[in-house]
Design a binder for this molecule. Structure first.
Ligand code: C5P
Length: 312
């Protein structure tokens, strides 16, 4: 790697969170992963990741969930920046700043989102001009959800989630998220899913036709009825109180509810903005849900923020 002059620039990328509208989990694979049939859906809660060259590696984290974010080499944004640097033969250390608005270990791909953001930010910083497909290949090396966070919208994921295909989806949906103060480990939830299944024969996963039809129709009540997640019972098994939160939201008028990814966040779908506000108030009034967020979906994937409006 040769000597180069620092770009002296700072690039910031905004990246959304996700929920899985369907998460059908196959049997465990030899490599420890599970084949999935999943439908990713990007929602409007955003992290912002800024990168610039520096004289040493550093990670600064701000925002409400800053405490749960690793500052060292295990941080997925750092891994992404190192991967891109290695590819471009640029060994310069990076200063990475993360505004953490997506819950940590919440089942909303917060860590994966930061990896996607850092990939795109490095591509822009070093003017590598990587196409979407090339970026997705690097993204898949960093985590199963990372490629989706680059593209956003609503998409089918197969393999371990990294192979994306478009889905015909209409409508914009109102979501309310019941957050949990303590995260859940994704590997632990997959392991619990396997344990609960015991010796049962698990078929290879296929996308649910009911969900596809609901997405084509653009009707929120059809989508609410079609939400499915094979990890839901595993998350409830590890955290029985989540079952109560789920029941609370359904009784309070949500069109449907689902554990987001591997949890513990529970996502509720509402008919409209008024319904979402009412549901958020009902959940707050119950005293059972310490933190509630609202967001619209789908939204776009990771994108560079114009320098003048970058918030950190
Ligand atoms: O790919 P990622 O690093 O996000 O996955 C985290 C963990 O979740 C894996 O180590 C694995 O235990 C589990 N996982 C899985 N099957 C998938 C995706 C994730 O078993 N398709």
């Amino acid at each position: 790697m040769g000597h180069r002059t620092s770009t002296g620039r700072r690039v910031c990328v905004r990246v959304p969170a996700k929920v899985n509208l369907e998460l059908t989990v196959g049997p465990p694979r030899e490599d420890g992963y599970h084949n999935l049939a999943t439908v990713f859906h990007a929602v409007g809660l955003y992290d912002e990741v800024c990168v610039e060259e520096s004289d040493r590696w550093s990670v600064e984290v701000s925002g409400p969930y800053a405490d749960g974010v690793p500052r060292g080499g295990s941080n997925l944004a750092v891994k992404a920046a190192r991967l891109m640097g290695g590819t471009a033969e640029i060994a310069t250390p990076m200063r990475i700043a993360i505004d953490k608005q997506i819950p940590v270990q919440g089942g909303m791909a917060g860590g994966s989102a930061d990896a996607a953001a850092a990939l795109l930010a490095c591509d822009a910083l070093w003017e590598l001009g990587m196409g979407r497909q090339e970026l997705e290949r690097y993204a898949a090396r960093l985590g199963s959800d990372v490629p989706f966070l680059l593209s956003g919208g609503t998409a089918i994921g197969s393999g371990r989630g990294e192979n994306l295909a478009p889905v015909l989806a209409n409508g914009t949906y109102q979501w309310v998220f019941a957050l949990s103060p303590v995260g859940l480990s994704t590997p632990a939830v997959y392991a619990e899913c396997d344990r609960l299944r015991g010796d049962a024969v698990v078929p290879e996963p296929t996308p649910a036709e009911e969900l596809m039809a609901a997405l084509r129709s653009g009707e929120a009540d059809a989508l609410g009825a079609a939400l499915t997640n094979d990890l839901q019972e595993a998350a409830f098994s590890l955290r029985p109180e989540l079952r109560e939160v789920y029941a609370l939201g359904i009784h309070a008028g949500a069109l449907g509810g689902i554990v987001s990814g591997s949890g513990p966040t529970i996502a509720f779908l509402c008919a409209d903005a008024e319904g979402a506000l009412d549901l958020a108030v009902a959940l707050a009034a119950s005293g059972e849900v310490p933190e509630i967020k609202r967001a619209l979906g789908p939204t776009h994937g990771a994108h560079v923020v114009p320098a003048a409006v970058a918030s950190i």
